[in-house]
Design a protein around this ligand. Structure first.
Ligand SMILES: *[C@@H]1O[C@H](CO)[C@@H](O)[C@H](O)[C@H]1NC(C)=O
Ligand SMILES: *[C@@H]1O[C@H](CO)[C@@H](O)[C@H](O)[C@H]1NC(C)=O
Ligand SMILES: *[C@@H]1O[C@H](CO)[C@@H](O)[C@H](O)[C@H]1NC(C)=O
Ligand SMILES: *[C@@H]1O[C@H](CO)[C@@H](O)[C@H](O)[C@H]1NC(C)=O
Ligand SMILES: *[C@@H]1O[C@H](CO)[C@@H](O)[C@H](O)[C@H]1NC(C)=O
Length: 475
């Protein structure tokens, strides 16, 4: 096997040597003329007329390899297996002002990976080819369009013919319309990521029925609505489910608890309400449960956290939750991030939180919690700005332990035998607005660069990397 990844210097040396020692013809990687011509035409139509393949790269699978193109040997002839366009490396192929999809693309009969990154982004809009995808059905496994802002239109139903597809990634383009039901025919999908487009409407009910091999489903940051389909429960292999930042409404499908392998469930910022969280409680593998910014309602006690022993991130802020904070949360030993802010929680704060060994963020602000915070001073020191309890008018902190600077912001010391005064909440407002980073509000996307992400997100990103490498093994 001869792949494009070989370092240039080594390659040149080898080729110069082999050139010197053998007949020139034998050092040319043999290709069908039609395959070679198709490759040249496809690339030229994308990168511009100036690009003359036969001049620049007379032996595209041999000694004049093209950055972003890989080849493989089938029955003694070389064929293109990978075509990636977009500025990844310095000498990558980049799209022209008015790129076009040449229909000869579909004649590259051993094409396994086709990817476009930050490429179709000129002012001129372009749509995905609507037909001929079935010609790649035998070979294509990975199809990716990422950050192509000029890529508009609907997902062609013809993509459903790509029966060998394992990964479909259409991220941060400008695609719109409904998700086509035909995608449901892609039964070997392991990864489907459609985040950051303008997809709308409800998920077609049968879409999820046959995706039994799917590991990652990410439909976040679109305008999808309607209720979550009951067929969600049939995605039994799923490790990561991200439907955040859409307009889904209604409750949870009862079978969602079948997703026993799930480690990340992100439903933030939708319109989910009236859901019984009971169905989530069988998801024993869950590490990140993110449900914030939904008009969910109900009592926090309905969450039976006892089973979710591997939880590290629990984000339940802005959910209209009532009731008291169950002690069971404080027994989730791996918890690193806990956000319960901006609900209607009452009662006292369990002092057991101080004993959670990994806890680095605790947001309790914007509730109606009462009584005295019984945390030792070293707890406040450890948490720093990642502890928030302001906007709880009847909450105070234990006066005895505090005389250094490590006091919780925005609440008053408890006075012996006295309720805290109600003037406190005024000073809280200042603290709140002056320190935006102290709000729990997790960043909307898990694809952000690590530098712009708070510590807890770093954890999720690392976990994501693990999932990704797992995925690479599967693909
Ligand atoms: C590439 O250049 C050759 C001459 O070097 C010319 O014959 C051929 O027509 C050119 N092809 C394209 C597609 O411009
Ligand atoms: C979903 O959004 C579409 C517009 O994209 C709208 O016509 C439809 O009424 C919405 N359905 C629900 C259930 O909100
Ligand atoms: C929720 O999603 C909408 C778009 O649907 C976005 O404008 C808004 O900023 C998001 N809110 C949060 C808190 O992420
Ligand atoms: C919890 O995590 C541990 C270690 O990461 C793992 O071995 C175990 O299988 C997980 N439990 C569940 C129920 O997934
Ligand atoms: C907060 O709780 C107190 C009782 O502790 C109650 O009197 C008050 O009405 C509650 N406030 C809100 C906004 O729920």
């Amino acid at each position: 096997m001869r792949k494009m990844t070989t370092p240039w210097t080594f390659l040149l040396l080898t080729l110069l040597l082999s050139h010197a020692l053998s007949e020139p013809e034998s050092s040319i990687a043999p290709m069908e003329k039609t395959e070679q011509q198709a490759l040249y035409s496809v690339i030229q139509d994308l990168v511009g007329k100036w690009w003359n393949g036969s001049d620049l790269y007379p032996d595209p699978c041999g000694w004049t390899q093209i950055q972003g193109v890989s080849c493989d040997l089938f029955d003694g002839l070389w064929y293109v297996t990978t075509l990636s366009i977009g500025p990844i490396l310095e000498n990558s192929l980049e799209c022209a002002e008015d790129p076009k999809f040449n229909p000869l693309l579909f004649e590259l009969k051993h094409l396994k990976t086709l990817s476009f990154f930050n490429c179709l982004s000129s002012h001129k809009h372009i749509t995905l080819p609507s037909s001929n995808w079935e010609k790649l059905a035998g070979s294509l496994e990975n199809l990716e369009f990422r950050s192509n802002r000029a890529l508009v239109g609907e997902v062609p139903t013809n993509l459903g013919q790509l029966s060998n597809l394992k990964s479909l990634v259409l991220v941060e383009n400008s695609l719109f319309g409904k998700l086509p039901m035909e995608l449901g025919k892609l039964t070997h999908l392991k990864r489907l990521i459609l985040s950051g487009n303008k997809f709308s409407g409800a998920i077609p009910a049968p879409l999820f029925n046959k995706w039994t091999e799917l590991l990652i489903l990410d439909l976040s940051m679109n305008s999808l609505n309607g209720s979550l389909p009951t067929s969600l429960g049939s995605l039994s292999s799923l490790l990561k489910l991200d439907l955040s930042n859409n307009q889904f409404n209604g409750g949870l499908p009862p079978d969602i608890g079948n997703l026993r392998q799930l480690s990340l469930l992100d439903l933030r910022n939708n319109s989910l309400s009236g859901a019984s969280p009971k169905s989530l409680m069988g998801m024993e593998s869950l590490e990140d449960l993110l449900l914030s910014y939904n008009p969910w309602g109900g009592d926090l006690v309905e969450f039976e956290f006892e089973n979710l022993r591997n939880l590290t991130t629990l984000d339940l802020s802005h959910m209209g939750l009532t009731g008291t904070i169950p002690e069971a949360i404080a027994s989730l030993k791996r918890l690193r991030y806990l956000a319960l802010d901006y609900n209607h929680l009452s009662g006292s704060v369990p002092s057991k939180f101080a004993a959670l060994p990994s806890l680095t963020a605790l947001y309790l602000n914007g509730n109606n919690l009462t009584g005295s915070l019984e945390f030792p001073e070293r707890f406040y020191r450890r948490m720093g700005k990642r502890f928030a309890s302001w906007n709880n008018p009847n909450l105070c902190y234990n006066a005895v332990v505090m005389d250094t600077g490590n006091v919780p912001h925005g609440i008053a010391q408890c006075k012996q035998g006295q309720e805290p005064s109600t003037g406190i909440s005024n000073s809280n407002t200042r603290v709140d607005s002056g320190n935006p980073e102290e709000n729990s509000g997790l960043v909307a996307t898990s694809w952000l660069p690590a530098s712009s992400v708070s510590g807890i997100w770093w954890g999720i990103l690392v976990q994501e990397a693990v999932i990704m490498s797992l995925l690479v093994m599967f693909l």
